[in-house]
Design a protein around this ligand. Structure first.
Ligand code: HEC
Length: 258
């Protein structure tokens, strides 16, 4: 009787003891995200504008065929170091709907105050063009996904040959970081080595491209945050100089009084 009880207790205890181990092993199967080296991490870190400019070029040439940047207006990119004329020229490459004086719908070149044009008029059209998958808005992607900028950086580099036991439907691809979709993603690999060429010859291997476009999207998710941090750095510098000046003045005044 007692033997049986002890045996039962031992089994129960060992079951409890091994359970967390099993759960842990399952978690470990989820790949850890790649970690980029981000200029903007830390309280004083700000966006690397040159990298974000290359990221904008990548967005424009590749991602914007499928993904919108809904809240972003063309004039917002001035914060990345473009002049007013450059912003105007960038916007003018796109056509937007407007109405003329007679109320008829016309197309005109976009102005800096216009929102970035969307690749599809609505979600149904977006899905129809993408085998049923909906390309999400990229303006908020860095803020809305766990892992943030590292998630985007990893997804872009996460395409692999599917293991033999994974069945992919038409228009599905295997991406080890797309765990929300069981590692089956409805986006064909958008970036490869040399997918985009930069005017100044900056590196355009897959890793560098992923880094640049992720930097741009991190900025796009919170443009005000970058502006605040830049102001913060200037305020700190000002306070340091002011502290030095006050200290010097104090010494001077007290030296005269003694
Ligand atoms: C040919 C169309 C197409 C292009 C080009 C494209 N994407 Fe996608 N993307 C999609 C679709 C469709 C999905 C949704 C996939 C799904 O839900 O299975 C997606 C999903 C994503 C996701 C994952 C979103 C999530 O839900 O977690 C990210 C990140 C992403 N795209 C970034 C980019 C970036 C950055 C570029 C440009 C370098 C790009 N995409 C280019 C079609 C595209």
């Amino acid at each position: 009787m007692i033997r049986r009880f002890l045996l039962g207790a031992a089994i129960a205890v060992s079951a409890l003891a091994t359970q967390p181990l099993v759960a842990h092993a399952q978690e470990a199967a989820e790949p850890e995200l790649l970690k980029g080296d981000w200029s903007f991490s830390g309280i004083f870190g700000t966006i690397d504008k040159a990298s974000a400019q290359r990221g904008l070029q990548i967005y424009k040439e590749v991602c914007s065929n499928c993904h919108g940047l809904y809240e972003m207006s063309y004039r917002n990119i001035a914060a990345l170091g473009y002049s007013d004329d450059q912003v105007k020229a960038f916007a003018a490459q796109y056509q937007v709907n407007d109405t003329n004086d007679d109320g008829a719908v016309i197309q005109r070149p976009a102005k800096p105050s216009d929102r970035f044009v969307r690749p599809f008029p609505n979600e149904k059209a977006a899905r129809a063009a993408n085998n049923g998958a909906n390309p999400p808005d990229l303006a908020l992607i860095v803020k809305s996904r766990e892992g943030g900028v590292n998630y985007v950086y990893s997804i872009l580099q996460g395409y692999k040959q599917a293991p033999a036991d994974v069945k992919l439907a038409d228009g599905q691809y295997y991406n080890i970081y797309f765990t929300a979709g069981g590692q089956k993603i409805g986006m064909p690999q958008p970036l490869t080595d040399g997918a985009v060429t930069f005017a100044n010859g900056a590196p355009n291997d897959l890793k560098s491209e992923a880094h640049d476009v992720a930097t741009f999207l991190a900025w796009a998710a919170e443009p005000e945050q970058d502006a605040r941090k830049r102001l913060g750095v200037r305020v700190m510098l000002f306070l340091i100089v002011l502290t030095g000046a006050l200290y010097y003045a104090k010494r001077k005044i007290w030296a005269d009084l003694h």
